[in-house]
Design a protein around this ligand. Structure first.
Ligand SMILES: CCCCCCC/C=C/C(=O)SCCNC(=O)CCNC(=O)[C@H](O)C(C)(C)COP(=O)(O)OP(=O)(O)OC[C@H]1O[C@@H](n2cnc3c(N)ncnc32)[C@H](O)[C@@H]1OP(=O)(O)O
Ligand SMILES: Cc1cc2nc3c(=O)[nH]c(=O)nc-3n(C[C@H](O)[C@H](O)[C@H](O)COP(=O)(O)OP(=O)(O)OC[C@H]3O[C@@H](n4cnc5c(N)ncnc54)[C@H](O)[C@@H]3O)c2cc1C
Length: 639
């Protein structure tokens, strides 16, 4: 069958209002309308074609990215797009570029750490793209004294950078501070005197993140004007005197809190994209199981396929909602900081660090699982999955290696527990620690599988597991005379406690979402199914934690798994509609396997013939290498 909607029969099975779910996924009707309009604008413009990326050499690829970035900027100006629309346009262009760092880190760093005066000077230039900036923190070696290495946009394009370096005045080291540094001439783009700058070389995967010019930077006697030190947190006077505002020093790292929050939102996008591809293809693909000459089984009907795919579908929704909440938390902490209330900064840091770590790790693994769920075809570039994985996987490393970030969360948890003794009541995401005595001895009240559908039961099990793991770490730490030595020795356990805490946050935010008014026929019910799948899948996967801490019994673990299987059956008829609700265009998905109409095989066949290798019947190199070999064999055979 050619043409038509090959997934129409699947779409008819949906038990909820897909259009209403699209609004829930987007966050609001307004967000949906902007996203829908801009994604279609990008998809319909041939200038934003991206299917040829894996075939291009690095230089062609990079030049193509510059062309797209300049064209995108031209369209933003011509169409007078708002900041929100412009950012959506860059998102749907779907190509890592220097602009990500300019808008995503350079500007936020100046906004967050610059004084009013500095903001007035630099922000208008940056907003109009009269200067292009990057964010230069990481070094080749360690310390803040070798070469900057990795900053995106630095290698070939940025004219300026926010550079993090040690501030030394009168021989005294005041630690790491941010400085705005001009790197290249605004006339001919050549590096300014004393500056060595270039690209650090090819990265993982063809195409993929190689559209980005991650760079190296060295300074040799470069003078940075005093007023280019970002001075909101601390200042140096004309006389060289160092002083600090009445704000915590940690604000120097504020840009990371902001960016980690956006990375969590991005995780739901990347995972939902992979899940959309794998779900649609799983409904199209048939293998074995034919009875009486009937059609073979759709692979999505295999229970093993469901138990691998549906937790990822549920995770995509879970990450969406926790990302929404994290955005709220960030806005809240920003408003408090403006009012000189710094009390929630440690929690915002722990939440952004921990959730960044958890969601990026699950998304990177999830994309690879989706590739495997698509069998052999998943390995083709035209499935969209290899490139998505290669682009996505560094998210586990950038903005803080995931393990290092979990250790930051663990420190926060241990500190929270240690403050309980002095009567300080934990709030926000650690409020449950206030009931630590109850959580240490409570018994899970599940007697039959359906009991696992009660939100209070799920929450208590996750809270008890998290509290018990943190308390066990704190008890073990107290046995060490040197706390840092103890922290290093127990770091493996501490990371696991941090994971348990972050999983609790995601589960509890999903449950909170369900307590809101959610319009649309059957929408809330479907989200309830996904929420339960997410929680019970985690419980099943980490049942070792739940059992060893005595939070649940082996029988209750068994019942959780029984309930999980029932939930998969409930999700099955809605699977295609649940991925349709992401509202992704075929352009954004960039996948033959995931195309909306499910017409996979003719498209795969057609795409194969477009490969440059098929330009000629006899390949280049045949005459040179293969023909002589064949001739040689012929001669040997005759002998
Ligand atoms: C839209 C954009 C697209 C994205 C594209 C990707 C671009 C990628 C960009 C990058 O990768 S930029 C480089 C990012 N680098 C990192 O994330 C490094 C990870 N390391 C850290 O975060 C470290 O914490 C640090 C910031 C380097 C500091 O290390 P140090 O050893 O000096 O101090 P710590 O002991 O870790 O912390 C001291 C104190 O400060 C608190 N804290 C740490 N970070 C933050 C923060 N971001 N916000 C608030 N508070 C923070 C920490 O909890 C400690 O508190 P106390 O225990 O003393 O109370
Ligand atoms: C694609 C990409 C883009 C990037 N963009 C930028 C950018 O724009 N600007 C910028 O400044 N940087 C950028 N970075 C750099 C990035 O922020 C760092 O790579 C990241 O913070 C990790 O630091 P590292 O590379 O030094 O790893 P390391 O810290 O050397 O980590 C190596 C290993 O050691 C472990 N480890 C390290 N410290 C500890 C510890 N204390 N305890 C236990 N284990 C530890 C880690 O878990 C990891 O397994 C980018 C990186 C990538 C890959």
């Amino acid at each position: 069958m050619e043409g038509g909607d090959h997934l129409a029969h699947e779409r008819k099975k949906a038990q909820f209002d897909v259009e209403a779910m699209k609004i829930v996924w987007a966050g609001s009707r307004h967000a949906f309308e902007v996203s829908d309009r801009i994604s279609k604008l990008v998809a319909s413009d041939p200038a934003f074609r991206k299917d040829n990326r894996p075939m291009l050499s690095r230089k062609e690829l990079f030049k193509n990215t510059l062309r797209k970035a300049a064209y995108a900027w031209k369209r933003i100006i011509e169409l007078r797009l708002s900041e929100e629309e412009a950012s959506k346009l860059r998102f749907y262009v779907d190509e890592p570029a220097f602009t990500d760092l300019h808008w995503g880190m350079f500007l936020p760093a100046i906004k967050g750490q610059g004084t009013e005066e500095q903001q007035q000077k630099w922000l208008p230039l940056a907003y109009k793209m009269q200067i292009i900036g990057c964010y230069a923190q990481t070094e080749l070696g360690h310390g803040s004294n070798s070469s900057k290495w990795w900053p995106g946009g630095l290698g070939k394009i940025s004219t300026h950078a926010v550079v993090y370096a040690r501030l030394i005045t009168d021989g005294q080291d005041h630690g790491v501070h941010g400085f705005i540094v001009q790197l290249r001439s605004l006339d001919d783009h050549s590096p300014l005197p004393g500056i060595t700058v270039g690209d650090i070389g090819m990265k993982f995967g063809n195409g993929a993140y190689n559209t980005m010019d991650n760079g190296v930077l060295r300074f040799d006697h470069v003078r940075i004007p005093r007023d280019q030190m970002l001075m909101k947190v601390s200042q140096v006077s004309r006389e060289g005197k160092y002083s600090q505002s009445n704000v915590p020093r940690q604000l120097v790292y504020g840009t990371m809190v902001f960016v980690r929050q956006t990375i969590v939102a991005d995780a739901s996008c990347a995972l939902s994209r992979a899940v959309c591809i794998a779900t649609r293809y799983s409904a199209v693909r048939r293998q074995f199981g034919s009875q009486n000459g009937g059609p073979e089984t759709q692979v999505i009907d295999y229970k093993t396929q469901q138990s691998r795919l549906f937790p990822l579908l549920a995770s995509a929704y879970a990450f969406r909602f926790v990302g929404e909440w994290l955005k709220w938390l960030y806005t809240d902490v920003t408003q408090r900081l403006q009012a000189n209330d710094f009390s929630t900064l440690p929690e915002a840091h722990a939440c952004t660090a921990g959730l960044k770590s958890l969601t990026t790790a699950a998304t990177a693994d999830g994309i690879e699982e989706c590739r495997k769920l698509c069998g052999g075809h998943g390995y083709l570039c035209s499935s969209g999955l290899p490139e998505l994985f290669a682009v996505y996987v560094p998210a586990c490393t950038y903005e803080g290696d995931n393990t290092v970030l979990l250790l930051q969360v663990a420190r926060f948890l241990v500190k929270t527990l240690s403050q309980l003794g002095s009567g300080k009541q934990p709030v926000g995401t650690t409020a449950y620690m206030g009931q630590v005595e109850h959580l240490m001895q409570c018994h899970c009240n599940v007697q039959k599988a359906e009991d696992w559908l009660k939100p209070a039961v799920i929450l208590e099990a996750f809270e008890a597991r998290s509290a018990r793991m943190s308390v066990a770490c704190a008890k073990n730490l107290s046995k060490f005379t040197n706390p840092e030595e103890g922290f290093a020795e127990l770091s493996g356990d501490l990371v696991e406690a941090a994971i348990a805490h972050c999983q609790l946050i995601i589960v509890s935010k999903f449950i909170e979402k369900l307590q809101q008014d959610i319009p649309g026929k059957g929408v809330k019910q479907q989200l309830g199914v996904l929420c339960n799948i997410y929680a019970l899948f985690l419980l099943h996967k980490h049942q070792g934690d739940f059992l060893s801490t005595g939070c649940i019994t082996p029988k209750q673990a068994y019942l959780a798994n029984e309930q999980l299987r029932a939930l998969y059956s409930q999700a099955r008829p809605n699977a295609i509609a649940l991925v349709d609700a992401f509202n992704y265009t075929d352009h954004y998905l960039g996948s033959i396997l995931g195309c909306y109409d499910g017409n996979v095989y003719p498209k795969l066949y057609e795409a194969a013939w477009k490969d440059p290798l098929n330009d000629s019947v006899v390949p280049d190199g045949y005459r040179e290498y293969i023909w002589p070999m064949l001739k040689q064999q012929l001669r040997t055979a005759r002998l």
